[in-house]
Design a binder for this molecule. Structure first.
Ligand code: SAM
Length: 134
């Protein structure tokens, strides 16, 4: 008899850490927390955060701050901030742990226009990244 793999609320595979001591928790990647299902519904669920009332002032402020320079957005997700900032002419590079969140961003803008480095966690203490000129 084999135990069923644990799944999250949305049915995606996830890591069952609840019954273990924290020291025994296996490494969890962001793609296991921000799953494909979570990523696919993120924009709709966060509609208020995507509204012009919220994003307008934030993006205007960041564009002024960037000036002629570039912007590096840590945890860019589906591009809620980075995409409109890029549309305002700021060259943006993103860093993201969840390939699923980055995939949603990629439906909005191509790699040449807004490169995203997807970090790949390989152990508790190390990560590797695909370089994109940063
Ligand atoms: C709440 S979402 C926010 C996404 C976006 N910044 C926004 O404002 O809509 C959090 C994001 O941070 C990413 N993230 C969490 N820890 C990270 C890390 N150490 N490096 C890169 N991305 C990370 C997650 O994968 C997820 O996409």
């Amino acid at each position: 008899m084999t135990a069923a793999a644990p799944t999250g609320l949305d049915g995606d595979a996830c890591v069952d850490s609840a019954s273990r001591h924290p020291a025994e928790w296996p490494p969890v990647t962001s793609s296991e927390l921000w799953t494909r299902a979570t990523a696919d519904r993120y924009d709709a669920e966060e509609a208020e955060a995507f509204s012009a009332a919220v994003l307008g002032p934030a993006v205007a402020f960041l564009a002024e701050l960037a000036g002629d320079g570039r912007a590096l957005e840590f945890a860019i997700g589906t591009g809620r901030v980075g995409v409109p900032l890029r549309e305002r002419g700021v060259r943006v590079v993103g860093i993201e742990l969840s390939e699923h969140m980055a995939a949603v961003l990629r439906r909005k803008v191509d790699e040449d226009t807004l490169p995203v480095v997807i970090l790949r966690r390989t152990s508790r203490s190390s990560a590797s990244a695909t370089p994109h000129g940063i």
